[in-house]
Design a protein. Structure first.
Length: 286
């Protein structure tokens, strides 16, 4: 199915979800205390997920080992997300995380799942690499300096983590018999380790921050949860690969938000890098 054959409301919904995904990342980027806000957002997501589980039920026990492994990976994901926007530009960190992750999934699927890469997939890999190289022009800094910065390194680590939990969740969701319940259970468990650690280290500061900023936390959680629900719905209306590829248009929104809201980077170079990444992901999904 080509894009022109997908209903317009589905296309618009996925684009809205892409904008929402970039937006909740922008909320983290704009927070004075990025670590505590990232934690607050995921704690609020866990509270929303606990309510959702009452209605949809939990996943099948066969998926629990994958759920546990994914929860650990998501713990690392949250930690890296905190660092990726600490001193890093939204567009640069977001492009590294969202662009390299599907590339790594594609490369890892060959030895792990026995899949072969088509010529189009190799072209997609090349496009993503061009986009990553163009990131240096976006930030106005040499690529080596970007990647040596703690925020750049955190973004690179997170790309690998996203690729890992994508493969784990793909298998876990298949075994769950209830993909929505699997996602909600994951959202419930993923912040618990970090929350317990932070409460042990600095309970007064955490509780004070949560009391002051819980509305913004629920806003980010609602945006993130709604974005994913929209994508799940869209995948019932159109091919999963097409929806997943369209969702990566979020990198374009991240560039626009970073340039227009945070006044960071170079807009034209950022859009070029984003377009290269989106084109590469589209080729990978073919």
């Amino acid at each position: 199915m080509v894009l022109s054959q997908i209903p317009a409301n589905v296309v618009l919904a996925v684009l809205a979800a892409a904008l929402m995904h970039a937006s909740w990342n922008a909320l983290i980027r704009g927070a004075p205390d990025k670590g505590l806000y990232t934690l607050l957002l995921h704690v609020c997501s866990a509270l929303l997920a606990s309510v959702g589980l009452l209605f949809v039920g939990g996943p099948d026990p066969a998926s629990w080992p994958f759920l546990g492994l994914s929860a650990l990976l998501h713990t690392a994901y949250i930690l890296c997300l905190m660092r990726a926007y600490e001193g890093g530009q939204l567009a640069v960190s977001y492009l590294l995380m969202r662009g390299l992750a599907p590339l790594l999934v594609c490369l890892l699927s060959t030895p792990l799942l026995g899949e072969t890469l088509s010529f189009g997939a190799w072209l997609g890999i090349a496009c993503i690499l061009v986009g990553v190289l163009t990131i240096a022009s976006t930030s106005g800094q040499p690529l080596g300096l970007v990647l040596r910065h703690p925020s750049g390194q955190a973004a690179l680590f997170n790309a690998a983590i996203i690729a890992a939990y994508t493969l784990v969740d793909g298998q876990g969701a298949r075994l769950s018999g209830n993909p929505v319940g699997y996602v909600l259970a994951l959202a419930l468990f993923e912040p618990l380790v970090i929350l317990a650690h932070q409460l042990r280290r600095r309970r007064p500061a955490v509780l004070h921050y949560f009391r002051r900023h819980w509305p913004l936390g629920f806003l980010g959680a609602a945006v993130a949860t709604s974005a994913y629900c929209i994508v799940l719905w869209a995948m019932t209306q159109a091919p999963i690969a097409v929806v997943a590829a369209m969702r990566e248009s979020s990198v374009i929104f991240a560039v626009l938000i970073g340039s227009l809201w945070f006044k960071e980077g170079r807009l034209r170079a950022g859009l070029l890098a984003g377009l290269c990444v989106v084109a590469g992901v589209l080729l990978l999904k073919r």
